[in-house]
Design a binder for this molecule. Structure first.
Ligand SMILES: Nc1nc2c(ncn2[C@@H]2O[C@H](COP(=O)(O)OP(=O)(O)OP(=O)(O)O)[C@@H](O)[C@H]2O)c(=O)[nH]1
Ligand SMILES: [Mg+2]
Length: 451
């Protein structure tokens, strides 16, 4: 059976497309706010020492499950194009990324890693690089423009040899995916141990991302057969500690085939709803991260400006201290020199220069110094002069050390920081507010928005 399903109502597609474009635009606008060359949040944050990651524009949904459970068929149904090979044989052997783009294109391993740099660590898993591929298609059905599917190889027990450690790769991918759809089909290897083991490990860390489905439900026979298969799978899952949570849900799904109508209840729209919910959550998270990142950058800029102000203050204080010490250092030898000069001058010369009153005042002040100096022996006089010269040297050295200043921002740099702060507070925050309103307006009435 081909996964290509035609006949989805065009009206439905259109109405969904309207919705898609709004969320898509919000995510794209936010991405642009982060990555713009000069004024983007990432370069602005980097200039103040904050490292930010750009938000994603799409969610990643991984499909996993037993071989032939209908994973690839589901992707084909979702995108309404025959992108992935499907069939009874083991079809998907590697990991295939299916995403929307401008042109139908298939990419190989290296190009895939180039397109998804955050998946680069996959190279560390031996042998996996050659089994990576990307299918880009132009479909914009349902919410595909906001989704990247990761189709995984079908899991089987026993002698099947995988060219890489499939369990580890799925576990690793599970860390990066927003949603993990686990398909159990009613035939064959529904209870494949490998699938159950991986599911159990994934559930330990990311239980909320896991969603279980009974796929190909139209092939499960009558209602009672289906119930029994379902019971068996649920029982097997619940044997695993950690998986026996209450409220366990496993919708029955199948790809609708107009040529083979089935009376079985098809809950395939539940999968679409799970994808929809994850997209909404991602849009909200991205908007919230934008707000947090803005706060982070504003804080970093304010801190930088405050510490610059403190540094300037500290530098001014250091300059004053150094000035005072240098002055003192120069004054001591100058005073000594002046004293020596005054001693050599005659009384008449001093009278002429300072007047009698000036000379008397000067001698009043200098007499104690001269008396002390005279009371010293010749050797002591020499030592005390040497000591004073040494002291002046010391003062000059200390003054030099006191002059050590911290780097400060130039006027231009301060202006630029201030401009960045204003840009984030006025432009980015307003944009964020508008985007949030735009997002909410999709579901909440205008009347509630005004509240
Ligand atoms: N009746 C029925 N057949 C389905 C359904 N989904 C898929 N199939 C058929 O099941 C077979 C396997 O489907 P795939 O989509 O290739 O399964 P897969 O899980 O991708 O398989 P691997 O890639 O080998 O792991 C194909 O022949 C499909 O046509 C379904 O919902 N109902
Ligand atoms: Mg497949």
């Amino acid at each position: 059976m081909s996964g290509k399903v035609k006949g989805r109502s065009a009206a439905n597609a259109d109405s969904m497309a309207g919705r898609v474009s709004c969320d898509e635009r919000i995510l794209r606008d936010i991405h642009q706010l982060y990555t713009e060359a000069d004024s983007g949040l990432i370069p602005v944050a980097e200039s103040v020492g904050v490292k930010l990651l750009p938000p994603r524009k799409k969610i990643t949904v991984m499909l996993m499950g037993n071989h032939s459970a209908g994973k690839s068929s589901f992707i084909n149904w979702y995108v309404e194009e025959h992108i992935q090979r499907t069939g009874v044989a083991i079809e998907t052997q590697g990991f295939s990324f299916v995403t929307s783009g401008r042109k139908r294109e298939s990419l190989t391993g290296n190009a895939t890693l180039h397109l998804y740099p955050h998946f680069k660590p996959l190279q560390e898993f031996k042998g996996v690089s050659e089994y990576l591929s990307t299918e880009i298609c132009t479909s914009r059905q349902k919410r595909f423009s906001l989704v990247t599917f990761v189709d995984s190889p079908g899991l089987v027990d026993g002698d099947m040899k995988y060219p890489f450690d499939v369990d580890e790769v799925i576990l690793w991918l599970g860390e990066l995916c927003d949603l993990i759809l686990v398909f159990f089909d009613p035939m064959g290897q529904a209870l494949c141990k490998r699938t159950l083991n991986i599911v159990e490990s994934l559930n330990e860390k990311h239980g909320d991302r896991l969603h279980f489905y009974l796929s190909k439900a139209d092939e499960a026979g009558g209602e009672s057969d289906r119930q029994r298969v379902m019971m068996q799978i649920v029982q097997e899952l619940c044997k695993r500690p950690g998986l026996n949570k209450c409220g366990f849900d496993m919708p029955t799904i199948y790809i609708p085939n107009p040529n083979k109508p089935s009376r079985c209840v098809n809950q395939i729209e539940e999968v679409c709803r799970a994808i929809e919910k994850t997209i909404n959550q991602t849009v909200q998270n991205t908007l919230n991260s934008l707000e947090k990142d803005c706060e982070l950058i504003c804080e970093a800029i304010t801190d930088k400006l405050i510490s610059d102000r403190q540094n300037s203050l500290q530098n001014r204080r250091a300059r004053c201290q150094s000035c005072f010490l240098s002055l003192l250092g120069f004054c001591i030898p100058l005073a000594l020199l002046a004293l020596l000069l005054l001693g050599t001058l005659s009384k008449e010369l001093l009278d002429m220069a300072l007047g009698q009153q000036g000379r008397e005042t000067l001698s009043l002040y200098l007499t104690p110094v001269v008396k002390i100096y005279d009371s010293l022996s010749g050797e002591q006089q020499l030592y005390s002069c040497g000591g004073l010269v040494l002291l002046s040297f010391l003062l000059l050295i200390v003054a030099r050390f006191a002059l050590r200043t911290r780097p400060t921002l130039s006027g231009k740099q301060k202006r630029q920081l201030q401009e960045k702060l204003e840009y984030i507070q006025e432009v980015v925050k307003t944009k964020k507010k508008n985007l949030y309103e735009e997002y909410l307006r999709q579901s909440v009435s205008d009347h509630d928005m005004d509240l």
